[in-house]
Design a protein around this ligand. Structure first.
Ligand SMILES: *Cc1c(COP(=O)(O)O)cnc(C)c1O
Length: 230
């Protein structure tokens, strides 16, 4: 299978899941997760129309970002950081990322705020939720997410736009529906409980294995790796 064919097939599935849940397919953003591939495959992805790229490690993100800032013909439209981010590495990506999906502590949010101020920009972030409670997973426990959102109120250089999760790896993606439903409810809770101006519009959830279910439950961003490159 070529990348182009994979993109077409994923687009069809997005369309079908959106229709099934009476949603507009154009409101679902597909992020190509390129952590396992190099720049030539990223170029193929761009040529196939996927221009939003996600990386999960700073040391992989930087060389790819540099490559495409020099490449004049084709470059990603947006760069997403989706992996666990150490505080001491925030400074390397702060002026390069469009959205950080994986903010999992108040300390990390504070560092992003500090660096964003220095860079003179407002950085969009998502709060990563450990929705399944697995001990192997990063993320804020659902019971603490409201407090986390409230703590962000006085950080002027970060903008909380929604929530992100990684659901468990399961044989039958139906099993993850319950987690995606919980995510959507949490997003609404934050929107209604927090008095300050929080626009919780994004739900980054759904990967190769379970994105159809995630879309049915309200995902606005899906993060796809394996299904693009296999
Ligand atoms: C690797 C990765 C993905 C993509 O997973 P696939 O199952 O390959 O689609 C999505 N999100 C994060 C945070 C990842 O690290």
């Amino acid at each position: 299978m070529s990348i182009k064919n994979n993109v077409m097939s994923i687009r069809e599935q997005i369309y079908a899941s959106a229709k099934k849940s009476a949603r507009d397919p154009s409101e679902i953003k597909l992020i190509g997760v390129t952590k396992t591939v190099g720049t030539s495959q990223i170029k193929e992805l761009l040529a196939a129309g996927i221009t939003e790229i996600g990386e999960n490690r700073v040391q992989d993100f930087l060389p790819k970002y540099e490559f495409f800032s020099q490449e004049s013909e084709m470059r990603p439209r947006e760069w997403h950081f989706i992996g666990h981010l150490q505080r001491n590495k925030v400074k390397y990506i702060i002026d390069k990322v469009d959205l950080i999906h994986s903010v999992d502590s108040i300390q990390l949010a504070e560092e992003i705020n500090r660096r964003a101020k220095q860079a003179g920009k407002i950085v969009k972030i998502l709060a990563e939720v450990n929705i399944s409670g697995e001990s192997s997973k990063f993320g804020i426990p659902p019971s603490e997410i409201l407090k986390f959102a409230e703590n962000l109120a006085n950080m002027r250089a970060v903008s909380l736009c929604g929530l992100m999760c990684m659901a468990p790896f399961v044989e039958n993606p139906e099993e993850n529906r319950v987690f995606f439903t919980k995510m959507r409810k949490l997003n609404v809770d934050i929107q209604t409980e927090c008095l300050y101006d929080t626009r919780m519009v994004e739900l980054s959830m759904g990967m190769s294995n379970d994105f159809s279910i995630a879309i049915e439950e309200g995902a606005t961003i899906i993060r796809i790796g394996t299904a693009l490159f296999n």
